[in-house]
Design a protein around this ligand. Structure first.
Ligand SMILES: [Ca+2]
Length: 331
């Protein structure tokens, strides 16, 4: 960690030395690229430059992204963070408050209301924690001062600049998000904003901070566009035969089928088509190893965040919410 800090500090110094005439290292090259890619007019190019000039390097962003990865946690610990009484209670409240919208969007898209609510709950505790960084600061810092992730964040920075200013409820120099530049209640990166965010209340703006309609419809659309299949299963608990052999595992990709997993000794008590694409997930739970058979819809949840534990936390929260909602409805 100390070595990384030293290397980074050296990079920042070198970059600063090479950046005479520009506010941030590599700013001119980025603007040139963007102009070539889009053929933007002079006014737009001036707007981009002004936005970048307004951006401030934030050491706290670098510190946040350099923290050790969550992936090192076991499921039993991860689960405790996301599946709490509070998150369930707040989610049921959010559901009640937005029931008409959730019903409408869910009917239109086939994405269950409980999944939309669960994503918003896991991402930002239902809009409570949407991030305090200016998005332009976060993306400039990571895109231009942080070599390990520069290719990804430089692309997101370019996309943020390209987003039409009039779609935002605020000036883009004021828009806030996480340290990684994720925006609003559903934490959309600029690329997701460009491709999947929706102006569902049709006021001309995509307001992922204040419009419940835009927030809920955007999250649902994210799932639709990534291949959510209405009514299809997400995951089943697997029973493991004594002589079971682990299949090849590649995160949440459905490399296998229900039948081929059964042949290797992992089967479900639920009736599933033998040819249904599936894979196996092994989690270290409170009571030891858990084996799960996961399907296409589980893979779709993992498009929101690549961690299989994230997908499982979202899915289990959704199940808890659905059960809670059924109980409320029957009272
Ligand atoms: Ca709107």
């Amino acid at each position: 960690m100390i070595l990384i800090r030293v290397v980074l500090a050296a990079f920042v110094l070198l970059s600063a030395a090479a950046s005479a005439g520009e506010t941030h290292p590599g700013q001119r090259a980025l603007l040139r690229e963007l102009a070539e890619e889009t053929g933007a007019d002079r006014a737009t190019r001036a707007e981009w430059k002004a936005l970048l000039d307004s951006a401030q390097y934030q050491q706290s962003v670098i510190d946040a992204i350099s923290r050790p990865a969550e992936a090192t946690k076991a499921w039993r610990d991860y689960q405790k963070i996301f599946l709490t009484e509070q998150r369930l209670r707040d989610g049921l409240k959010f559901w009640q408050e937005n029931q008409i919208l959730l019903d409408q969007v869910s009917t239109e898209t086939g994405v269950p209301a409980e999944l939309i609510v669960a994503i918003i709950g896991v991402e930002t505790s239902y809009g409570r924690i949407t991030g305090k960084y200016k998005v332009i600061d976060a993306l400039t810092t990571l895109g231009l001062y942080y070599p390990p992730r520069a290719p990804f964040f430089r692309g997101e920075l370019k996309q943020f600049l390209r987003l039409p200013a009039e779609r935002f409820p605020l000036g883009r120099d004021q828009v806030t998000g996480s340290y990684a530049g994720a925006m609003g209640w559903g934490q959309f990166m600029p690329t997701s904003f460009a491709n999947w965010a929706r102006d569902y209340d049709a006021d001309g703006k995509i307001d992922l901070w204040n419009s419940r309609a835009d927030i809920i419809a955007s999250v649902a659309n994210y799932f639709v566009q990534h291949g959510w299949v209405a009514g299809a299963p997400v995951t089943d608990r697997a029973e493991r035969r004594a002589d079971a052999e682990l299949p090849e595992l590649r995160a949440t990709e459905t490399l296998h089928t229900v039948q081929s997993l059964a042949d290797r000794g992992f089967s479900t008590a639920n009736q599933r088509e033998p040819e249904r694409p599936a894979t196996l997930l092994v989690l270290e739970g409170a009571a030891g190893s858990e084996h799960w058979i996961t399907y296409q819809n589980f893979y779709v949840i993992s498009r929101y965040n690549r961690s299989p534990m994230y997908s499982m936390a979202v899915h289990q929260l959704a199940q808890q919410l659905a059960a809670g909602q059924t109980k409320i409805a029957s009272q």
